[in-house]
Design a protein around this ligand. Structure first.
Ligand SMILES: NC(=O)C1=CN([C@@H]2O[C@H](COP(=O)(O)OP(=O)(O)OC[C@H]3O[C@@H](n4cnc5c(N)ncnc54)[C@H](O)[C@@H]3O)[C@@H](O)[C@H]2O)C=CC1
Ligand SMILES: O=C(O)C1=N[C@H](C(=O)O)C[C@H](O)C1
Length: 240
């Protein structure tokens, strides 16, 4: 299939490599520096857009694809305050929209383990809950989109928690899950969920060894979303 890359940085480059290794053609590699080239792209020659840019650019990029009736696979994080706006546009367009905070199959298994453990821990109020995420120093947003997804999974299953905050910034520490963001090179992405009490500590940890898992997941989703219309997530794509 023909793939247009909107955002050709660390993620765009490995996505392009993996896509070509799977026999796909990259019909455009667009960055901030060459965004004027986007107008030279013929939408009829694009089967899917894979968008990994920056928080302030994602919505404009996604809308560019939806306006042209194209499927857009977006992995950019840090813009979810406008997600409902984008989903509404996708539902009234001829295109398709797929967002995931993390495209790694391993992290999506981690998401399921997180919600399972949260259901069990809902019966154990003596534990304090905390999340930590560690990424490279070029990351623009904090906390990570993955950490926010983890916090949301806990909030949905533990009645005593209703929000999250960047560690130390919450007015209501009883109802808020603190997220600590650390920036240490070359960390591709580590996420830690901790339940601690006076008696013991339970920790779940996911450590990405490279960006390969994120990139492969995005390419597999692009292959899956071809010719689809509407709004989709990893829950639609995964069989577990
Ligand atoms: N969902 C997931 O599985 C993953 C998501 N991410 C997210 O992907 C995003 C990109 O991450 P990286 O590739 O590491 O960042 P990066 O900074 O290496 O690359 C981003 C690229 O986007 C380009 N860009 C910015 N605005 C643009 C625009 N309006 N049009 C076209 N290109 C534009 C920049 O020139 C840059 O080359 C971040 O938000 C990050 O959190 C990163 C890894 C996995
Ligand atoms: O910026 C990154 O690198 C990553 N960002 C995503 C996030 O914000 O969760 C996914 C992954 O952790 C890598």
């Amino acid at each position: 299939m023909n793939i247009l890359l909107l955002g050709y940085g660390k993620m765009g480059k490995i996505i392009g490599e993996i896509a070509e290794s799977r026999g796909h053609q990259i019909v455009g590699r667009i960055n901030l520096e060459n965004r004027d080239e986007l107008e030279t792209i013929n939408p009829k020659e694009v089967d899917a857009i894979i968008e990994f840019s920056q928080p302030e650019s994602a919505v404009e990029n996604i809308k560019w694809g939806l306006d042209r009736g194209l499927p857009v696979v977006s992995g950019t994080t840090g813009w979810l305050s406008r997600k409902a706006e984008v989903e509404a546009m996708a539902n009234t367009s001829e295109g398709a929209f797929f967002y995931a905070s993390n495209f790694s199959i391993g992290v999506n298994i981690f998401f399921k383990v997180n919600t399972y453990l949260a259901k069990l821990m809902n019966e154990a109020n003596e534990y304090k809950i905390a999340i930590e995420e560690i990424h490279h120093t070029e990351k623009k947003d904090a906390p990570s989109g993955t950490a926010i997804t983890l916090a949301e999974g806990i909030i949905e299953n533990i009645s005593s928690k209703s929000t999250w905050d960047l560690s130390g910034q919450s007015a209501d520490s009883e109802r808020s899950i603190p997220i600590t963001s650390k920036r240490i090179d070359p960390a591709p992405g580590t996420h830690i969920i901790q339940y601690s009490s006076d008696i013991d500590t339970i920790e779940l940890i996911h450590t990405a060894h490279s960006r390969k898992g994120f990139a492969l997941g995005a390419v597999l989703v692009a292959e899956w979303i071809k010719d689809k219309k509407g709004v989709f997530s990893m829950d639609d794509f995964l069989s577990f």
